[in-house]
Write a new protein. Structure first.
Length: 100
């Protein structure tokens, strides 16, 4: 391969890469200004992070309110599960212990 050919090849690759990058940047820009199908979807997209944080927060909130973290039944005092899920959890822990 001559230097000219090599240079052509490199330039072609470089141009292709640049084009791809430009395309990606454009796509990103587009998605930011995107029209959402409805305001709920828009709200979700704009508040995704916040919503996720709140979802995590609801775990400790439920702990405080005495509601099972897996369903909406009342918890057994002192733990985060209702009777049903406490039993489930015990079963699960036993299985995990047997495995290890
Ligand atoms: Zn439960």
């Amino acid at each position: 391969m001559s230097f000219k050919e090599w240079f052509k090849k490199i330039k072609k690759e470089y141009d292709a890469k640049k084009k791809a990058e430009e395309k990606a940047a454009l796509k990103e820009q587009k998605s930011e200004n995107q029209e959402y199908p409805n305001r709920f979807v828009k709200f979700y997209h704009l508040n995704k992070e916040k919503l996720n944080k709140e979802r995590k927060g609801s775990y400790s909130r439920r702990r405080q309110t005495g509601i099972c973290v897996r369903c909406k039944r009342k918890v057994v005092p002192g733990i985060v599960f209702c009777e049903y899920h406490q039993a489930k959890q015990k079963e699960y822990n036993q299985k995990a212990r047997q495995k290890g």
